[in-house]
Design a protein around this ligand. Structure first.
Ligand SMILES: C[S@@+](CC[C@H](N)C(=O)[O-])C[C@H]1O[C@@H](n2cnc3c(N)ncnc32)[C@H](O)[C@@H]1O
Length: 229
């Protein structure tokens, strides 16, 4: 499958992922999401926590309809500006938190999320996976890329640290790793979950043909398909 995600320059990555990923790491992560998402021209797609649209903008060129969920009005405005700049198709903006997003049952084919869901508590993550399954048509896909510690004390390539799993087996960011989440980025909550946590959430929700890969240290991609029958 050809990777058609938008070319990422270091300057662009620096606007948002500088604390997390180099340009090549961002490209590798986008490629993994793209592979699992397998966007099709007839798809109706939702990007949860769209930011400035690293996934939204290239996806919008491939699918029939694109919805970007981004609660920050400033980021939503930047996404819209970037979409115009890159000649993207029309994108519907939903400036609400993911937890408040309301979508009709079986109304879309693809739900993606890139590096956003660590801002949700683990109970919210589980609930979201179950809600996403209801939004998907039969055969639809949910693809989530997020911070996913692999094991206790796992370290990222650029020197950031993730805290070990807590008693529930789910990790939390180590806030002392100052480079990881700069203060300007979020006074938001940050709760990471392991690939196993996500796999269990997908399974409990009723997803079929699930998978999980760690394309980068501390960053995983999980995916699943809504029962095609
Ligand atoms: C690291 S950025 C990633 C943005 C984009 N997905 C990307 O890959 O470039 C995290 C994004 O999640 C958004 N976010 C945080 N909490 C959220 C929530 N509860 N609902 C929706 N988006 C949220 C932030 O506003 C931010 O745009």
């Amino acid at each position: 499958m050809t990777m058609r995600a938008e070319p990422m320059t270091d300057a662009l990555a620096g606007q948002w992922h500088h604390h997390l990923l180099s340009a090549s790491a961002s490209a590798a992560l986008s490629a993994e999401v793209w592979l699992r998402a397998a966007p099709r021209s007839q798809d109706r797609c939702i990007d949860l926590g769209a930011g400035v649209g690293m996934l939204t903008v290239p996806l919008s060129r491939e699918v029939a309809e694109m919805v970007a969920v981004e609660p920050s009005k400033a980021l939503a405005a930047r996404l819209a500006a970037r979409a115009r700049e890159h000649g993207a198709s029309e994108i519907r903006m939903e400036t609400v938190p993911i937890t408040e997003l309301v979508m009709p049952r079986q109304s879309c084919d693809l739900v993606v999320s890139g590096l956003a869901l660590h801002h949700c508590e683990n109970a919210e993550k589980r609930a979201l996976v179950a809600r996403a399954l209801r939004w998907l048509r039969p055969g639809g896909r949910l693809v989530i890329a997020d911070l996913m510690p692999e094991r206790k004390g796992s370290a990222g390539r650029r020197g950031f640290r993730l805290g070990g799993p807590d008693s529930s087996g789910r990790g939390r960011l180590d806030r002392s790793a100052g480079r990881f989440i700069p203060s300007t980025l979020h006074a938001l909550r940050e709760t990471t979950a392991t690939g196993s946590f996500w796999a269990e959430a997908f399974e409990d929700a009723g997803f079929k043909t699930m998978g999980h890969r760690q394309p980068l240290p501390g960053i995983g991609v999980v995916w699943g398909t809504a029962d095609p029958n």
